[in-house]
Design a protein around this ligand. Structure first.
Ligand code: HEM
Length: 208
């Protein structure tokens, strides 16, 4: 669970850096070149298969872990102050993860599927490939409810990451007097900065 989680976290970082190209101020030229590379390069096809496997294994491990926890403790604790001995984020990983999964299905349809299979996407200026910048702009401006949905989904992503980051290191046995507080601070920063940066994109197109 922690290994696939850390792998997905590394994907998020790469994905965020690529997406930040929309802010470059070149009318999406670099972003379009990046999106074209992502949809055509052979190495990315291999990365995509590993990514799908990462998501599937992560969800499967979550399901298995829940089953295991239920089997080892079939009846509830008589006294369990969950609010005292655990955080809201850790108790609701199933809920926040499911929200991110629903977002992902919508998201892949919006950009991955439409870019590849929808006929009316114009070509990027001076190129022979589709204009991904136009697509992102059109979705967030004309179908503005998606922009709202994306921002809400990023709140859930933040909640999910708020527990995931630190927990992944703990599961791997990295529990150290000196380093654990640092990992905790990094985890909180990551859970705020990454979703906020992602949310900046729909908000940017919605507002400007
Ligand atoms: C909210 C801001 C986001 C925007 C504007 C955005 C935009 C895009 C775009 C334009 C693509 C197609 C081009 C590419 O492959 O990079 C894409 C693909 C993808 N996105 Fe996002 N994304 C966002 C957030 C996320 C998040 C939070 C996740 C994961 C939880 C995610 C997962 C994916 C996946 C799995 C693909 C397919 C990658 C591939 O086939 O190579 N995205 N996204």
């Amino acid at each position: 669970m922690s290994l696939t989680g850390l792998f997905l976290i590394s994907f998020l970082m790469v994905h965020l850096v690529g997406n930040l190209l929309v802010f470059k101020g070149d009318n999406g030229a670099m972003f379009n070149a990046y999106a074209h590379f992502m949809s055509t390069a052979g190495i990315i096809r291999i990365a995509e298969i590993i990514l799908v496997l990462g998501f599937v294994l992560h969800i499967y491990s979550a399901w298995k872990l829940t089953q295991y926890n239920k089997q080892t403790r079939p009846q509830d604790y008589i006294c369990n102050r969950a609010d005292v001995n655990s955080t809201w984020f850790s108790r609701n990983m199933g809920l926040t993860g499911s929200m991110v999964l629903i977002f992902l299905v919508t998201h892949l349809h919006n950009f991955w599927y439409r870019y590849k299979f929808q006929a009316e996407i114009p070509q990027a200026a001076g190129t022979d490939y589709n204009d991904m910048y136009w697509l992102v702009q059109t979705v967030f401006q004309q179908e503005w409810w998606f922009a709202i949905l994306y921002v809400v989904a990023m709140v859930f992503l933040g909640f999910h990451l708020a527990h995931a980051f630190e927990s992944a290191f703990q599961t791997l046995g990295i529990n150290h007097k000196k380093y654990t507080p640092l990992i905790q601070i990094l985890g909180v920063l990551f859970a705020i900065v990454v979703p906020l940066s992602f949310a900046a994109m729909p908000l940017y197109f919605l507002i400007f």
